[in-house]
Design a protein around this ligand. Structure first.
Ligand code: PEP
Ligand code: MG
Length: 755
């Protein structure tokens, strides 16, 4: 059963459009189940009617014609119940309704299952038979499994059709919305530029070209290059491989022939598709054909074709590298945006970012916030490979992407862009004023940095120090560990730029979602694995080099603070402190007189919350990493868009944890800071201040907004607000109560703007 399922899903996945996908479904499901009828009805959200979209066994003329209201007939009944309906005699059911056009009166038994994607009923998949019988359990579970797998495929096919402005019912579509998660605040309107990972066939977008002959030439020279590689490799290996193994190269060479794969690709190019797109289409069709074969030898050939396709693609992409021209308003779209990709677009042209994978707390989103680029993450249903060149709207406030914007929607978003700009300009004058509440409470606002680019932006916005310098960022953009001297130079720049303001440097925090290409960590469960302090304590040489570099960099400046990430036990702090003292005496032994810097512990793990009292005794300050703390307290992966709506820093459990940490710090007389993204959310900042937080550290973009809000409110009002929300048991309620109260005080201007 699993094989059949996999084969059908694969075939459906490669269908060129929704209608073809549905036709394949009904044909294959009917064959696999041996029924007389298989049909798919899709729910048209506009009219709220189920439309017969594909059938095998019913009258084909009824396709696209027969439809029923969403509460009508057995189809409506399946959709409304959201579970399978299995009937021996359909006509005897009170919900049965007869549609003359389909000719279904001949069929007695009926099994219908809903097609549900992300809680939305998209349609109903039905099999029918003349014979009066109940479908058995295994048939029912086959159809349920099939439908569950197909829901995503159908949603994807539907979305792919709609980005070009056409719905499945043939109607013009505007304002197609793709839901994702907010990555970096702000709104952008621009043109999509799809960035491909190197030689990934799956990720090649469609692109229509005018100069067909140029594409033909590019393709031919890529083929030639691969052909030459094959000859060379075959010659090189001829002494090590047996002749029958070398025959593999002949198979490759044959496939490259004009008469085989080559000609098919050329035909697609002649239809106006660029070489990469044509290659993807043809290679995928071949792969699918091979993968569907039962013979294992032939199935194996699928991987040869894939390999060949990648090799040709690598040459095509190389040839294309130089030519990329970015439009003035570039919206970078990629399956998985990486920090490196941001560097590929000229800064003044990059207006927005869209990543199919990842979430608001992914590293790239954190960088985007630092750079002030509106970003949307986790747009899992976005048919991104087909979006190159399209006009898009990125709503980083709500985590939404729109294609085919209507004039009204475009106007609406242009207005938001204008308002944002005005707000930022209006806040510029706040740069040199201190963050003091109306009743005189002083709240220092720090920034989070990583790139040197952050420095100027941060100082421009009146940052009073760095609460979190993510040292892994300079490590991530290298291809080897930076030496002690290189690190020292990088850290010196940060320390000097902010001097005399304090700079809190975090020891290397890799693992989880932060990978170094030259130090790969492969784990099934990386967020619960080897990350942060766990890695650096296991590699004291890395920790010592880094600490020495920090200490040396601080010579004569004395504004360094060191902070330890991912602490879950007191003995980790003991070990780390021991290493820091050792590094300090080594530096002093080298003749460099630097004072021992203040050291702090990050509270990111529930265990650390419960041991906050013990931990704070050991160090000079605590700093709460609310991004990880929320993830671990709520058991919600911060990078998984499927559970992104469960990730909520205003969850009552997170608020209780923060209060516990604040109490521990107050009792010990030591400062508490918050450096997770929560500190940069103006409304949340009010609560953090009320809890007794001594420093809030955030991305530079949000700093002026937080400052503005805290300067409009009194500490006693903030405390009253905290008292009001702390009794609530639901994160949404906390948020809406908080926002409503701030709105009622006339402070809505810095709350996230509504659609
Ligand atoms: C955090 O976890 O809140 C934090 C500040 O660290 P990072 O986002 O770099 O994991
Ligand atoms: Mg963290």
């Amino acid at each position: 059963m699993l094989n059949t399922l996999r084969r059908i899903v694969q075939e459906v996945n490669s269908a060129k459009d929704l209608i073809t996908a549905l036709d394949i479904i009904v044909q294959r499901v009917r064959e696999a189940m041996g029924t007389e009828v298989c049909s798919v009805y899709l729910l048209d959200p506009g009219s709220s009617r189920y439309v017969l979209m594909a059938t095998q066994g019913l009258n084909k003329d009824a396709v696209g014609v027969v439809s029923m209201a969403n509460n009508e007939g057995l189809i409506g009944y399946v959709g409304a119940r959201e579970e399978p309906v299995n009937l021996e005699d359909a006509a005897a059911h009170p919900k049965f309704r007869y549609f003359a056009e389909t000719g279904e009166e001949r069929f007695a038994s009926f099994l219908g299952v809903p097609i549900i994607h992300h809680r939305r009923v998209m349609g109903v998949l039905v099999v029918q038979q003349k014979e009066r019988r109940q479908f058995d359990e295994s048939e029912e579970s086959f159809l349920v499994t099939m439908s569950a797998q197909l829901a995503g495929v159908i949603a994807h096919a539907e979305a792919t059709g709609s980005i070009h402005g056409l719905g499945w019912a043939g109607e013009a579509i505007q304002d197609t919305r793709f839901d994702a998660v907010p990555g970096a605040p702000g709104v952008a309107i621009g043109q999509a530029v799809v960035i491909l990972p190197p030689a990934d066939l799956k990720a090649v977008p469609d692109k229509h070209v005018k100069d067909i002959e140029a594409e033909v030439l590019r393709f031919r020279s890529a083929i030639e290059a691969v052909r030459q590689d094959m000859h060379d490799m075959s010659a090189k290996l001829s002494t090590q491989l047996r002749p029958e193994e070398l025959a593999l190269f002949d198979v490759y060479l044959m496939m490259l022939d004009d008469a085989a794969l080559g000609n098919e690709v050329l035909a697609v190019i002649r239809g106006g598709q660029w070489a990469q797109g044509a290659l993807r289409e043809v290679v995928n069709a071949h792969i699918n054909r091979f993968e569907m074969m039962d013979d294992p030898y032939l199935r194996e050939r699928a991987s040869d074709v894939k390999d060949l396709g990648r090799r040709i693609l690598a040459y095509l992409q190389e040839a294309n590298k130089e030519e990329r021209v970015f439009p003035d308003q570039t919206i970078l779209v990629s399956e998985e945006l990486s920090p490196v990709m941001l560097g590929e677009v000229p800064k003044e042209k990059l207006v927005g970012l869209v990543s199919v994978l990842g979430s608001g707390s992914s590293h790239v989103a954190i960088l985007a916030r630092a750079m002030g680029i509106p970003t949307v993450m986790g747009a899992v249903d976005l048919p991104y490979t087909r979006m190159d060149g399209l006009e898009l709207i990125v709503d980083g406030n709500h985590g939404e992407v729109y294609s085919n914007p209507s004039p009204e929607l475009r106007r609406h978003y242009l207005e938001i862009v204008r308002e944002e700009l005005e707000l930022v300009q209006g806040l510029e004058k706040l740069r040199d004023v201190r963050c003091v509440t109306t009743d005189g409470h002083r709240m220092p606002l720090f920034v989070n940095t990583g790139l040197l680019a952050d420095v100027a932006r941060s100082l421009d916005r009146g940052a009073e120090g760095v609460g979190l310098y993510r040292t892994e960022v300079p490590f991530m953009i290298q291809d080897r560990f930076p030496s002690e001297k290189e690190q020292q130079a990088t850290y010196r720049e940060q320390l000097e730029a902010f001097h005399p303001l304090p700079v809190t440097m975090r020891s290397l925090d890799i693992g989880g979602d932060k990978a170094l290409t030259y130090f790969p960590i492969r784990e099934d469960n990386p967020f619960l694995g080897w990350r942060g302090i766990r890695v650096t304590l296991d590699h004291p040489e890395i920790f010592l080099v880094q600490t020495r570099a920090m200490l040396k960099a601080s010579k004569g400046l004395n504004n360094l603070r060191i902070m330890l990430p991912m602490i879950s036990s007191v003995y980790e702090v003991e070990e780390a402190l021991h290493l820091i003292h050792r590094a300090h005496s080594e530096v002093c032994d080298e003749g460099m007189e630097v004072p021992m810097p203040p050291v702090g512990v990050m509270i990111e793990v529930p265990a650390a919350v419960y041991q906050a009292r013990e931990l704070v005794q050991m160090v000079d300050f605590l700093s709460v990493g609310t991004n990880d703390l929320t993830q671990y307290l709520l058991a919600v992966d911060r990078n998984n868009p499927r559970v992104a709506d469960l990730y909520h820093s205003l969850h009552p459990a997170v608020l209780q944890a923060l209060i516990k940490i604040a109490t521990a710090c107050r009792e010990a007389g030591k400062p508490m800071s918050v450096c997770g993204e929560m500190a940069g959310d103006p409304a949340s900042a009010v609560l953090l201040m009320a809890m007794g937080c001594d420093v809030l550290s955030m991305n530079a973009t949000n700093l002026p907004k937080v400052k503005w809000l805290l300067r409009q409110i009194s500490l006693s009002d903030a405390k009253a607000l905290l008292d009001e929300v702390i009794g609530l048991d639901n994160p949404h309620l906390v948020q809406s109560t908080l926002h409503l109260a701030l709105r009622n005080m006339g402070l809505e201007k810095v709350l996230r703007q509504g659609r």
